[in-house]
Design a protein. Structure first.
Ligand SMILES: Cc1ncc(COP(=O)(O)O)c(C=O)c1O
Ligand SMILES: Cc1ncc(COP(=O)(O)O)c(C=O)c1O
Lengths: 412, 145, 412, 145
């Protein structure tokens, strides 16, 4: 599975793995800069899924026959791949989910809901994605939890002291994204965890963006819960994973009920399987697990630091070139931030801009990016966002900049 | 430049979006509506005062949004001022067909004035921007103040 | 999408669509008879997913750019395909889920949980799959619901009168499978619905098996909730769907919280989108939705009645040939049952049998089939199950019978 | 017939599974355990009476299951009768390695008698069947009665 590490990052070679990147839209070459919404998938991932489905597929677990054994092995090997990717201690600390959103909801329903008393607090940053907000709003609406919000600085940075200040004796959980999908801000996660633990609060890190752009070590971070999603990791849709410390999982009640997650079912009793099975009711995303493992293997085949440097170069170049436009205001400029360029444009609405960029072949996202509290913080309803992946190039940044200039001509 | 873009962002549209007519709130409105575009988070308010004969004596809108939604709201208020409720609903039906690129029952002067919005039909993802103000107007008429 | 209907079912042609069927295991041709656990996928499904991912993929909704529009269209077209497949009135009555299990849990969490008072009853048949039992056990454990069980006859048939008798004034829901995954029994669903409605109870039908083998018309059945799962329908893993009447969906609170399912998110408030978006938090199984649509199109390209007749012929032939063994007892022989042959074997344990069959290339399932209450009803811990799909043949039944005879020689 | 099948279902195994030794419940047991194989729903009970010196004076099992699990339980009880708790744990370690096809520390007579179970290693899905009784015995020793 582990190809030798490529130590210099060769973007042209990587691009060749992504068939979609050579397609055209409206007669222009596609410039895909909507990676924070979802990344494209290399042929290694698509091949892995197709080959698996066409040659080894059956339902997992409980089956005695050859294909079922092969599928089960493949599925559990994917769990081990995720474990390694996050450097979790045990494979049984990895629960497969349908995506990042479900992973957070699992924590909300299975860990938090039975533990939350009215007045208990959950600390959130204002830069959270709705997926790391709404599950906590449920606890507010249904059980009287109190949400305590931590602001970010004007540059979008999140300060561990500010988080610390929000944590009180009634704080049960700190829920914070590892990397913001709008600002690119990378949270001081290790420090936040230390502060939270010192006060007896657990920490959930939303790693849907963070795990894509940097090496994650959940043991070093000492985080209680960490979630990832396949489709942003160059992997398939329909799969994600939750890391949770073994002790947490053991103490958590089930989320969905169904096959595979039980020990015994009677008419008036039911007992549950041990983790991680307890949290994987029903037939899991079997084929997608092979795709996720292939995606992680793909990403891991590169020197991650070289990829990060490449992405940072793209961001820095785009940031620099954006200075040409005095009508463009970048939102989020924290030190060490990831390769996401969000901006407002004076007198031009993000949607009009995105429509014009689209006709130039440039795919960006315009809107609130599922982060309305953050939009409110920056006094806007929407921004335009160009987010970079390993396969993007400086030449694509140039296309973006030219397209922005054109849009200005039309709308300005 | 792409023809459909030129058609979409023609001068009339940009002028309406930059200098929206009937922007504001009708004092003593008899009907109010609030619309929301989940695509972008944009919002629009429509207020109207109906007279005794079911005519829209006054109509205004307020809100922030993209050029399409602003222009559409501006054009709508301009056209509906002084028209009957029945007319408003007919115009809306015709407008929806127009921006979806379907056969439209709009005719004459109405057709001519709304024609500037026809370019939206080449941009399916933007149809909601164009129809937001109209839907809000309709729900205001249905819901009352 | 709609190829012309093939009016005579050509099993050889269909087999050619399933690459995996020509593989060998242990040097023997694969005879895949574990279809009730999961069906194999035709190349039409695998192609649809791969082509989509390699040429049109982006995240759905909220995106203005070309690929996002194309993906959204594809995703919503899949919803329409499911609507048509079930003959639902409106596409917004179809909610995509990660599978059958999640669909039932959605009903349990979002519809039932807020409506169940201690002592309220849920009526279940003893032949339910754990996925249609455990979510109701949750309501028993957490909210004091009472489970009322309806027995099946010795032949495995489910009687509408028996269901009716179990429905009382405190019954909120009748949860029953359309077709049993062990017995093959087809429930008298239309009658059950009529009886339940007459007494003010809603009906959830677990169609994970039923929808595979017969044409479903949720309007004619008048059922309140109906669920399907992709992987048994010759489609991908990681996707399923819930049909629910529009009025139910409108009145239901959200299940998972996250992106796409909100109208507005503030610091101290949240409002939710209309159905079906309200129930589809986060990035959905986008690529899988194209696969599911392709699977439904594939199945619908055949004369369904001809497929059903073919499957029934396989069952009848296997049933007949099984009479050669006086040590084999069939479990489930209800009139009109689907093509599932479950049996006990005197003096041979199902797992030993399945292991030997496996070495002959024959994949069957052995165990409790996620239906422990049913096993208890029939006084056994496990059965062996051969379940047939459209691509199976009489020749494969012969291989199964020969393998059974061999197993008897070894174990008998 | 497949060699690995012949190896798995050799006569000794089938004999043990058809005529299990030490089948039943130890009266006045000092240690009890209940095991459950989620794969098939099979169950096994192990009861033991330990004497003052930490020896297994009596051991029996009860339960239904596949040939592999029954034979393994029968063989286990036969071998552990009269052995020390320490021995039992060592034997278990060796047995687990054996059925997983790993290097095993079993030797001499123990090795010889357990060798009949080595065929399980070619059937990874069945390893749990073979180890069920042993795990149950271990948890009985740990948990007490
Ligand atoms: C009758 C029945 N209901 C529910 C399920 C669960 O569906 P899924 O595996 O898609 O979660 C299955 C299959 O496992 C089934 O056979
Ligand atoms: C920071 C962040 N958290 C959570 C999510 C939700 O993940 P998913 O779309 O896999 O449900 C996303 C992406 O949509 C995200 O960017």
């Amino acid at each position: 599975m582990n190809a030798p590490l490529k130590t210099v990052f060769d973007v042209a070679a990587a691009r060749a793995d992504f068939e979609i990147l050579s397609r055209e839209v409206y007669g222009k070459t596609l410039v895909y800069l909507d990676n924070a919404a979802s990344a494209q998938k290399p042929r290694q991932v698509l091949d892995a899924m197709r080959d698996f489905a066409a040659s080894e597929y059956a339902n997992v677990h409980r089956g005695v026959h050859f294909l079922s054994a092969a599928s089960t092995e493949r599925y559990e090997a994917a769990r081990e791949t995720v474990r390694r990717f996050l450097n979790a201690r045990h494979a049984d600390e990895i629960v497969f989910t349908k995506g990042g959103t479900e992973a957070i909801n699992l924590v909300s329903y299975s860990w938090a809901a039975p533990r939350i008393q009215p007045g208990d607090e959950i600390v959130l940053s204002v830069m959270e994605h709705h997926s790391n907000i709404v599950p906590w709003h449920f606890l507010r609406e249904r059980q009287g939890a109190v949400l305590r919000w931590v602001d970010v600085g004007d540059d979008g940075s999140l300060d561990a002291d500010a988080v610390d200040a929000a944590i009180g004796p009634k704080t049960k959980l700190v829920a914070v994204s590892h990397m913001s999908n709008v600002l690119g801000t990378v949270s001081p996660l290790r420090e936040i965890v230390a502060r939270a633990h010192a006060k007896g609060a657990a920490v959930l890190a939303d790693g849907c963006q963070g795990a894509v752009h940097a090496v994650v070590d959940v043991r070093d971070l000492d985080v209680d819960f960490y979630c990832i999603t396949g489709h942003k990791l160059y992997g398939p849709t329909g799969i994600g994973a939750l890391y949770a410390k073994r002790a947490h999982l053991k103490a958590m009640r089930p989320f969905n009920g169904g096959g595979e997650m039980i020990r015994e079912v009677g008419r008036d009793m039911v007992t549950y399987a041990d983790p991680p099975a307890r949290f994987e009711a029903g037939t899991p995303a079997i084929i997608e697990s092979a795709g996720l493992a292939a995606a992680i293997d793909y990403l891991s085949s590169f020197d991650r630091a070289a990829v990060a440097a490449h992405e940072h170069d793209l961001y820095a170049y785009a940031r620099e070139r954006a200075r040409e436009f005095n009508w463009l205001r970048v939102v989020g400029d924290a030190p060490g931030k990831g390769a996401i360029l969000s901006f407002e444009t004076e007198g031009m609405h993000a949607h009009d801009l995105a429509t014009i960029l689209d006709r130039e072949g440039v795919a960006v996202r315009a809107g609130h990016h599922c982060a309305q509290p953050l939009m409110e913080r920056f006094g806007t309803a929407s921004t335009t966002r160009a987010s970079f992946a390993l396969y993007n190039t400086r030449a694509e940044v140039d296309v973006l900049i030219d397209a922005l200039a054109k849009a200005r001509k039309i709308l300005g | 430049m792409d023809d459909s873009l030129r058609e979409l962002y023609q001068d009339v549209i940009l002028d309406h979006s930059r200098h929206p007519r009937h922007f504001g709130v009708v004092e003593g409105a008899t009907h109010k509506g609030e619309g929301h575009n989940p695509l972008c988070g944009d919002r629009v308010n429509v207020t109207m005062a109906l007279d005794g004969e079911g005519r829209i004596a006054d109509i205004k809108f307020e809100g922030k949004g993209c050029a399409i939604s602003q222009a559409s709201a501006s054009l709508m208020t301009e056209m509906l001022q002084g028209r009957s409720v029945e007319d408003a609903e007919k115009l809306m039906g015709g407008f929806l067909h127009l921006v979806k690129g379907e056969e439209t029952e709009l005719a004459g002067d109405d057709r001519e004035r709304l024609e500037v919005m026809a370019g939206v039909s080449a941009f399916p993802m933007r149809v909601k921007c164009a129809t937001l103000a109209w839907h809000t107007m309709k729900s205001a008429l249905e819901g009352g103040s």
